[in-house]
Design a protein around this ligand. Structure first.
Ligand SMILES: NC(=O)c1ccc[n+]([C@@H]2O[C@H](COP(=O)([O-])OP(=O)(O)OC[C@H]3O[C@@H](n4cnc5c(N)ncnc54)[C@H](OP(=O)(O)O)[C@@H]3O)[C@@H](O)[C@H]2O)c1
Length: 245
């Protein structure tokens, strides 16, 4: 039995990961703000009663709350820092600084505080996964805030990989394509190769089990973006400007 911590565990990908790890018999610390969905699930209520599932409530925009809420948890085998938000910049000429701050605060700044309290709690040989996005491979229109936040996560993970020996801690970055969740339900543009949350959760768990440092899926979609990102900017920009967002 492993002890697993998941942020963003109340919805979408994170919630699916909670179900999958509980099914494997692991012990799960589920982090989020709104746990009302847990009251509707017999599996989750039962796991809570058996102390196989612990809820940890905090807002990622409150650094002190992150530090105090995570302080009491025991040592971990796996931590998946999955929580995140997405808001688009609709008019770049009238740039919305407050929107930019909200996204960077939730998706990037909070991760620093999570790492501060969690790295010392990770067992020797444990696995720490940071949720990035395939949006970081190439720039997309309206994604100035979201894309920048996820590009920062990719850099952060790769930099941590250099500073912390892999025997001590495997650090991976997760880069999904489009996954059907409340976050993407708000998108008003076509989402090629959209997959279900259960598929995303199994890709992530399989990548973590294999100690992969770069977990990206679905492979045809993310590989296409990786190749595009390696080409000169003007090629991708030509394609991106012809895609409706
Ligand atoms: N869906 C996709 O296609 C896709 C693709 C690439 C990457 N991702 C990334 O995957 C992660 C999960 O996305 P999702 O699609 O599963 O989204 P989701 O269904 O909207 O879930 C987001 C989760 O993050 C938590 N969260 C958001 N803001 C928070 C805050 N201020 N404090 C605490 N928790 C907060 C939410 O908790 P509460 O509801 O309890 O507040 C919720 O559990 C995100 O980092 C997202 O960027 C998603």
């Amino acid at each position: 039995m492993k002890t697993v911590l998941i942020t963003g565990a109340t919805s979408g990908i994170g919630l699916s990961l909670v179900h999958a790890y509980l099914k494997q018999g692991d012990k799960v610390y589920a982090c989020g703000r709104n746990f009302s969905v847990y009251e509707e699930s017999e599996t989750l209520l039962e796991a809570r009663q058996k102390l196989q599932l612990m809820e940890v409530s905090f807002d990622l925009t409150d650094s002190q709350s992150i530090l105090t809420s995570l302080n009491d948890i025991e040592s971990l085998d796996i931590a998946i820092l999955n929580a995140g938000t997405c808001e688009y910049i609709d008019n770049a000429e009238h740039f919305d600084g407050a929107l930019f701050e909200r996204v960077i605060q939730t998706n990037v700044i909070s991760i620093g505080y999570c790492l501060q309290v969690l790295i010392p709690k990770m067992k020797y040989g444990a696995h720490l996964a940071l949720m990035g996005s395939s949006a970081s491979y190439v720039p997309f229109q309206r994604a100035e805030a979201y894309g920048a936040s996820k590009a920062a996560i990719h850099y952060l993970a790769k930099s941590l990989q250099l500073d912390i020996p892999a025997e001590r801690l495997t650090i991976s970055v997760i880069a999904p394509g489009f996954v059907k969740t409340p976050l993407t339900n708000k998108n008003d543009f076509p989402m090629p190769m959209l997959i279900e949350v259960s598929q995303a959760a199994s890709h992530i768990i399989s990548g973590i089990t294999k100690n992969k440092k770069h977990i990206h899926f679905p492979f045809p979609f993310t590989s296409f973006l990786i190749v595009m990102g390696s080409l000169p900017d003007r090629i991708w920009q030509w394609v991106a400007l012809r895609m409706k967002r």
